[in-house]
Design a protein around this ligand. Structure first.
Ligand SMILES: Nc1ncnc2c1ncn2[C@@H]1O[C@H](COP(=O)(O)OP(=O)(O)O)[C@@H](O)[C@H]1O
Ligand SMILES: CC(=O)OP(=O)(O)O
Ligand SMILES: [Mg+2]
Length: 419
């Protein structure tokens, strides 16, 4: 029997699942399925298995994350081309990307206690945790034989030094309420660190990177000797860089001048998650969407080039904020930087954004190979730097699902539910 791992990445509006055979040491991807558009129906299906590809197929009557997961399990078990998975009982592990993991510094099997603990953290990641926990519940019901494992986006940053993780506030209250920098996108940064070290032929423990994960949510990470020593997100994924619908850093007093109702409960609160008007505005009603009318940074970049003023401002804001983190992390690494790494949808596809950043970082010894920047190859890690320049510049096709499956296969004996 093959060892089947399902790696599940539940976003606020989509559920992505990859299926792996982990019978051998490196998990092999058998299929990838994604149901998107859950907040703006009709939902759409994307499916890839070998030569079989379905793109943007409209689905009717899919309700929420649970409905999407039901559909996904049915599709996978009924696909006659996916021999290894014919029944939900064939799934040995279900790996869940949980964005906020509080003090957890490694993956854990989800039992009743961990589940309730994670429920309490939902308020701190209002776009993410509640959706992921809905899927944990669905797997528990639909795939009773699977071991449910939580992989935390915050775990990679458990190495943050005290000054980097501490806010300058009353420490009694900070400790009591767990108010510190946690940092996120850690599964992606773990994948990036492992893949880039292997590309550079260096041990992970000697690899220093400035890594940028730029997707719907965007963050930067300073990696020294393979460990996170600083990152731009904070107590919640709102801090740092702006994103699709997030403001990123603002003066903390700003919200009280924006609305008199900042502390009131937002109508988008649910029984599983309470969220204030302030959190609603800064997490869901800000960022690229309100500045330009679209969340697609590809559209923003090309309109900016054509002279659209709103898009140009949004593009320049991201460049401005990114330069702040690149400069800061360069100093924190004492200039000993193996590479500046671009990842996530915007980092991987946004040639003009990469060009704008590297032009300004030229004074630090970063130089671009323009041809490679315009058309990086499909490899997992691609160099786009000029040969002979002081520091490397890389594009990494990051993959949070592969990272979960790899860690799960490595520690399978420890993570598996006792019979
Ligand atoms: N050609 C492009 N140039 C710049 N950004 C792009 C391009 N194509 C897509 N993107 C951006 O990539 C984002 C998706 O990144 P991804 O990492 O897949 O997001 P998520 O955080 O939802 O997983 C889209 O929202 C879009 O803004
Ligand atoms: C942590 C986070 O912001 O994740 P995403 O970019 O997937 O929304
Ligand atoms: Mg993402």
């Amino acid at each position: 029997m093959p060892r089947i791992i399902l790696a599940i990445n539940a976003g606020s509006s989509s559920v992505k699942v990859s299926v792996y055979d982990a019978s051998t040491s490196e998990p092999k991807e058998l299929a990838g399925i994604q149901v998107s558009g859950l907040t703006a129906p009709p939902a759409t299906l994307k499916y890839d298995r070998g030569d079989e590809h379905i793109k943007s197929k409209e689905l009717q009557d899919i309700k929420g994350q649970e409905g999407a997961f039901d559909y996904i399990i049915k599709h996978l078990t009924e696909d006659s081309g996916l021999d290894a998975l014919n029944h939900p009982d064939d799934i040995e592990f279900a790996c869940h990307r949980i964005v906020h993991g509080g003090n957890y510094d490694k993956p854990v099997r989800i039992d009743r206690d961990t589940y309730h603990h994670l429920e309490k953290l939902s308020d701190l990641a209002p776009l993410h945790n509640a959706g992921a926990l809905t899927i944990v519940k669905a797997v528990h019901e639909k795939c009773p034989k699977a071991s449910n494992i939580a992989f935390f986006d915050s775990a990679f940053h458990s190495t943050l030094p005290l000054p980097a993780r501490t806010y300058a506030i009353d420490q009694t209250i900070a400790t009591r309420n767990g108010l510190r920098k946690y940092g996120f996108h850690g599964l992606s940064y773990a994948f990036i660190t492992r893949s880039v070290a292997s590309h550079l032929n260096k041990p992970v423990e000697k690899t220093n990177l400035i890594a940028l994960h730029l997707g719907s949510g965007a963050s930067a990470c300073c990696i020294q000797n393979g460990h996170s020593i600083d990152t731009s997100m904070g107590l919640t994924p709102l801090a740092g860089l702006p994103g699709a619908t997030r403001s990123g850093d603002v003066d903390p007093s700003l919200i009280f001048h924006f609305t008199h109702d900042a502390g009131k409960l937002s109508p988008s609160s649910t029984k599983d998650m309470s969220i204030t008007q302030a959190e609603d505005i800064l997490n869901k009603k800000s960022g690229w969407q309100v500045l330009t009318g679209t969340t697609d940074f590809g559209v923003i970049s090309s309109k900016a080039e054509q002279g659209d003023e709103k898009c140009k401002l949004a593009f320049d804001i991201l460049v401005d904020r990114l330069l702040g983190f690149v400069g800061s992390y360069y100093l924190k690494l004492g200039g000993e930087v193996d590479a500046l790494v671009f990842a996530g949808g915007i980092g991987e596809k946004g040639a003009s954004l990469r060009r704008a950043i590297v032009e300004k970082a030229r004074c630090l010894g970063f130089e671009l190979n323009d041809g490679k920047n315009e058309k990086p190859s499909d490899d997992v890690v691609v160099s786009i730097g000029k040969e002979g320049s002081k520091h490397g510049i890389l594009v990494c096709s990051t993959d949070e699902q592969v990272e979960m499956a790899t860690q799960c296969a490595r520690d399978a004996d420890k993570l598996k539910r006792p019979e």
